[in-house]
Design a protein around this ligand. Structure first.
Ligand code: HEC
Ligand code: HEC
Length: 218
C-alpha cells in the first residue's frame, strides 16, 4: 500500500472509532481555556469536595503518584468518570464507594470546583523522544492515531466543545501508566466506542512507559 492509502485507511478507522475533533491546529492556547463548561457551582463544590481534597489535593494537585490530579480537568469529564464509577462501568475499590452517595447536583458542583483550579502541570522538560513521537505523530504501521489529535499538542485538551477528551498533560506518570495498561488490557472499558482500547492495542510496555513519561512532563 502507498503511504496515502495507509494514511486514508488509518483515518477512516479512527473516524469510525470516534468522531474525533478536527481542531488539532487550534490547540495552541489551551492553557487559557475555560474548563468549567457545565452548570455546577464551584463555590458550593469547594465545600462538598472536602473529602475528595483529602486525597486529590486542596487545589486538585494530589501528591500521591497513583491518585490522579484533577486541577483544571474538564468538569464534564470529571462528572462522567464519577457516573461511570457509580454505574460500575469503571471500577476502583475506593472510587466506586466515593461516587456512590453523590447526586447529579453534587457531581456538577464538585467537578466545577476542580475544573476552576489552575491547570495541572509537569516539570516542563522533554526527555522522552519516543513518547513525544508517538504522542504527536502516532504510529502509522501499527494504526496508532496521534494522541495529540484528541488530547491536544501538550495533552491539555483541545477546547470546551471537546470536553470529553480529558486533560492528561502534567498528570502523574504512575497513574497514567496504569490507565494506559488498563485500557490496553481491557480492564478499563469506559472510553466512548472503546476508542482508547483500540488506540493502545498494538503498543508495547516500553512504548506505554515512554508515553506516560512524555505526557507527565507537559
Ligand atoms: C482515599 C483517597 C480518595 C478519595 C477520598 C477520593 N479519591 Fe478520587 N481517586 C482516588 C484514586 C486512587 C483514583 C484512581 C482510580 C483508578 O485508577 O481508577 C481516583 C480517581 C478519581 C477520578 C478519575 C480521574 C481521571 O483522571 O480519570 C475522579 C474524577 C475522582 N477520583 C474524583 C473524586 C471525587 C470527586 C472525590 C470526592 C467525592 C474523590 N475522588 C475522593 C482516590 C481517592
Ligand atoms: C480518538 C480520540 C483519542 C485518541 C486518538 C486518543 N485518546 Fe486518549 N482518551 C480519549 C477519550 C475520549 C478519553 C476519555 C475516556 C473516558 O471517558 O473514560 C481518553 C482517555 C485517556 C486517558 C485517561 C485519562 C485519565 O485521566 O484517566 C489517557 C491516559 C489517554 N487517553 C492517553 C492517550 C494516549 C497516550 C493516546 C495516544 C497513544 C491517546 N490517549 C489517544 C480519546 C482519545
Amino acid at each position: 500500500m502507498t503511504f496515502i492509502k495507509i494514511h486514508t485507511a488509518v483515518c477512516l478507522t479512527m473516524a469510525v472509532l470516534l468522531a474525533a475533533p478536527s481542531a488539532f491546529a487550534a490547540s495552541a492556547n489551551t492553557n487559557m481555556l475555560k474548563r468549567h463548561t457545565g452548570s455546577g457551582d464551584p463555590v458550593a463544590g469547594k465545600e462538598k469536595s472536602q473529602i475528595c481534597q483529602g486525597c486529590h489535593g486542596m487545589d486538585g494537585n494530589s501528591t500521591d503518584e497513583m491518585i490522579p490530579k484533577l486541577a483544571g480537568q474538564y468538569d464534564e469529564y470529571i462528572a462522567k468518570q464519577m457516573r461511570n464509577y457509580q454505574a460500575g462501568t469503571r471500577s476502583h475499590e475506593i472510587m466506586n464507594g466515593m461516587a456512590a452517595p453523590l447526586s447529579d447536583k453534587d457531581l456538577g458542583d464538585i467537578s466545577a470546583y476542580f475544573a476552576n483550579q489552575p491547570i495541572m502541570k509537569g516539570n516542563g522538560s522533554t526527555t522522552n523522544e519516543i513518547g513525544k513521537k508517538i504522542f504527536l505523530k502516532g504510529n502509522i504501521t501499527q494504526m496508532v492515531m496521534a494522541c495529540a489529535y484528541c488530547h491536544g499538542a501538550t495533552g491539555k485538551g483541545l477546547d470546551p466543545s471537546t470536553a470529553m477528551y480529558p486533560v492528561i498533560g502534567g498528570q502523574h506518570k504512575a497513574y497514567l501508566l496504569k490507565q494506559l495498561k488498563d485500557f490496553r488490557e481491557g480492564n478499563r472499558m469506559n472510553s466512548p466506542n472503546a476508542a482508547m482500547n483500540k488506540t493502545l492495542k498494538a503498543l508495547s510496555d516500553s512504548e506505554l512507559e515512554a508515553l506516560a513519561g512524555y505526557i507527565s512532563e507537559q
